[in-house]
Design a protein around this ligand. Structure first.
Ligand code: WQD
Length: 342
């Protein structure tokens, strides 16, 4: 029998790509997404790729009764992947209470249901932001965590802690916490991708929206850092590779390959790439010149961070399929798809 997986935030960027990967690997998926940060049309894209209509509960997970109702109606949920959260770093500094309320209440509600209904497997969407501004640029899962630079980051640090503390009390459930570095790119079919609401804050949507003419130009936030070309270093990783790691994490738990009931994995490519290198990769694969200028540093940016990803490769059997050029290519094809389809 197919295992039924509840994906919260299933209409979001990483959630939607993960639903596709789960379906392609034989899982049955239901979703919970209230479309507060996403669009209903995402499920059309998922259907075009997989042929499946995904049942979605358009509920607010901060409402406990509505959350519990999903579990009441689906007593056969074998696992939960919890993506649903607010994720705009800048906005979180302006609306900290809204971020703490939304991200933590929804997590606690989901965990309460996992406890009540005896759901065994849980995968949590965490972030490299939990490392804060690390002393070493290449981080392992054990690199000491510094203060998170934003309330958003604190919600991920606290989220991890809440799950760990809960699991100390649980004989039944196990979790995998996945710390994403910088997910970019889109599904190669160009049927789903990132849909930033308003002006994009992240680098790759800023690049593709500039190239297509939605934005007149973009800025490189600083070229006076102590890096090889002066711009910041990040670890960009294709969203489909991130998505597949969730499937592997569930299989890892289902097959009882985990040593403890709460394990953490970095999900990055393992390579540090500067902003200027990312722009150059985009220009090369799309064969066009990007209109950018060097601007001032952005507040809160860390100089450099990238993943040691050995643990995910060794224990989950994670294999990275997409390189930086593929990331830029698919991000661009998705931007073109959006233009053609209004
Ligand atoms: C990447 C680099 C910018 C836009 C954020 C979150 C982190 C995470 C991923 C969350 C930086 C530069 C950007 C632009 C630029 N995960 N940049 N011009 O800040 O590394 O990480 O997203 O869920 O928690 O903090 O990602 O894409 O915003 O920036 O020069 O117009 O691109 O300064 O060096 P970031 P980003």
């Amino acid at each position: 029998m197919m295992s039924k997986i509840l994906v919260t935030g299933g209409a979001g960027y990483i959630g939607s790509h993960t639903i596709v990967d789960l379906i392609e690997n034989g899982f049955e998926v239901i979703s919970a997404d209230d479309f507060s940060c996403s669009h209903k049309t995402v499920f059309n894209g998922i259907k075009k790729i997989t042929g499946k209509d995904v049942v979605n509960y358009a509920i607010d997970l901060t409402n406990f009764d509505d959350t519990r109702n999903i579990f009441l109606e689906n007593k056969d949920i074998a696992g939960v992947i919890h993506f649903a959260a607010f994720k705009a770093v800048g906005e979180s500094t302006e609306k900290p209470l809204s971020y703490y309320h939304n991200n933590l209440t929804s997590l606690i509600n989901v965990l309460k249901c996992i406890d009540e209904f005896g759901v065994k497997h849980f995968v949590f969407s965490s972030s490299c932001t939990v490392y804060g501004n690390p002393d070493e640029y290449c981080v392992t899962e054990d690199t000491p965590q510094k203060n998170a630079a934003s309330p958003y980051g604190v919600t991920k640090q606290l989220g991890e802690r809440i799950i760990e503390d809960y699991l100390h009390t649980s004989a039944n459930s196990s979790a995998v916490l996945l710390r994403y570095f910088n997910p970019v790119g889109a599904h190669p079919s160009a049927q789903i991708g990132e849909l930033p609401i308003g002006k994009p804050m992240n680098l790759v949507p800023a690049i593709t929206q500039t190239a297509i003419g939605i934005l007149p130009k973009m800025f490189v936030y600083g070229n006076d850092y102590d890096t090889r070309d002066g711009s910041c270093i990040r670890d960009y990783i294709h969203v489909c590779d991130i998505a597949n790691a969730h499937t592997l994490a569930l299989q890892y738990l289902i097959n009882k390959n985990n040593q403890s009931n709460c394990e953490v994995f970095n999900l990055g490519s393992g390579a540090g790439v500067t902003v200027l290198e990312a722009i150059r990769a985009f220009e090369t694969v799309t064969n066009q010149q990007l209109n950018y200028e060097i601007g001032s540093r952005r507040k809160g940016d860390v100089i450099a961070i990238y993943a040691n990803n050995n643990l995910a490769k060794e224990k989950l059997g994670w294999k990275i399929k997409y390189d930086l050029n593929n990331m830029m290519q698919t991000a661009w094809q998705w931007q073109l798809h959006l233009k053609e389809n209004g």
